[in-house]
Design a binder for this molecule. Structure first.
Ligand SMILES: [Zn+2]
Ligand SMILES: [Zn+2]
Length: 97
């Protein structure tokens, strides 16, 4: 078992794909399956954050991408906790578009 901090449970965090600054979704603007465009506090660059809920363990993971991720990019994503594929159904991809 891995130890988890309470913060990891209540707030999602994400890392800027440009400068690596880690920010926390303190205002809970992110919701699963929705791509949100944000500005980095560190470098002022825009990037997309997509939160996906693992179909296996239910863990929510925030993925950052400089541009809107393509369907094939999304299919490569896996859960950080259990490494299950986050997108295992093509129907999910169509409904997200
Ligand atoms: Zn940045
Ligand atoms: Zn998982």
């Amino acid at each position: 078992m891995e130890l988890e901090t309470p913060d990891a449970q209540s707030c999602l965090s994400y890392r800027c794909p440009y400068c690596g600054t880690v920010d926390v979704d303190a205002y809970e603007v992110l919701s699963p399956g929705e791509s949100v465009r944000l500005v980095c506090d560190g470098c002022r660059e825009h990037f997309n954050v997509l939160v996906l809920e693992c179909p296996n363990c239910g863990d929510e993971t925030a993925h950052t991408c400089p541009i809107t991720p393509s369907a094939s990019d999304l299919q490569k994503l896996s859960c950080q906790r259990c490494h299950h594929a986050l997108i295992d159904d093509e129907d999910d991809l169509r409904s997200m578009d």
